[in-house]
Design a protein around this ligand. Structure first.
Ligand code: S3P
Length: 168
């Protein structure tokens, strides 16, 4: 299966890029966070608060498993932590081309100031939380990526163009 998969940290633009890409490439768009919210009947924040992160990570694996049976090629946007599980990294490799939207902690912080939908960034010192998580995850993202696109200092259209060139 050759889905186009957008991976990257929270605030890297996976969902907005994915949606635009789906119009441009005329392929349906799927957002794994949205699929989980629909299946569970609650928001990501409520899933974390009620069942915890480990439960959410299992749901991410289940969604990836289900995408193996999609008959048509899709544009898929992941949650930022999806590649943390080894089994998910294997699934991602089977599912298609993994595009890593790489952004710095400063960019994430700027974009997500005031956001209250990301449970992992709530509470004191979100900037530090972003830096710590990004440091832990960078190698994982780079290890699973087929293509790496840097988003810092570029416009939405510039990044979109780069993704289009890379996947076509
Ligand atoms: C998470 C990223 C979120 C969401 C959840 C956990 C993470 O998705 O899956 O809050 O661990 O990075 P976005 O990357 O779409 O914000």
């Amino acid at each position: 299966m050759k889905h186009i998969i957008l991976m990257g940290f929270m605030g890297s633009g996976k969902s907005s890029m994915g949606l635009k890409l789906s119009y441009k490439l005329r392929k349906a768009f799927l957002d794994t966070d949205k699929l989980i919210e629909k299946k569970e009947g609650m928001s990501i924040s409520d899933i974390f608060a009620t069942y915890g992160e480990a439960y959410f990570r299992k749901k991410e694996t289940e969604v990836l498993e289900s995408l193996k049976w999609e008959s048509a090629e899709r544009i898929i946007s992941l949650g930022g932590g999806t590649p943390l599980r080894e089994e998910n990294r294997k699934l991602l490799k089977e599912l298609g081309t993994v595009v890593y939207l790489k952004v710095s902690a400063d960019t994430v912080y700027e974009r997500l100031q005031g956001d209250n939908t990301r449970p992992l960034l709530q509470g004191d010192n979100p900037k530090q939380k972003i830096e710590d998580l990004l440091a832990k995850r960078s190698d994982i993202y780079e290890g699973v990526a087929d293509v790496i696109i840097c988003g810092d200092g570029k416009s939405f259209e510039e990044v979109l163009e780069e993704i289009m060139e890379a996947v076509q």
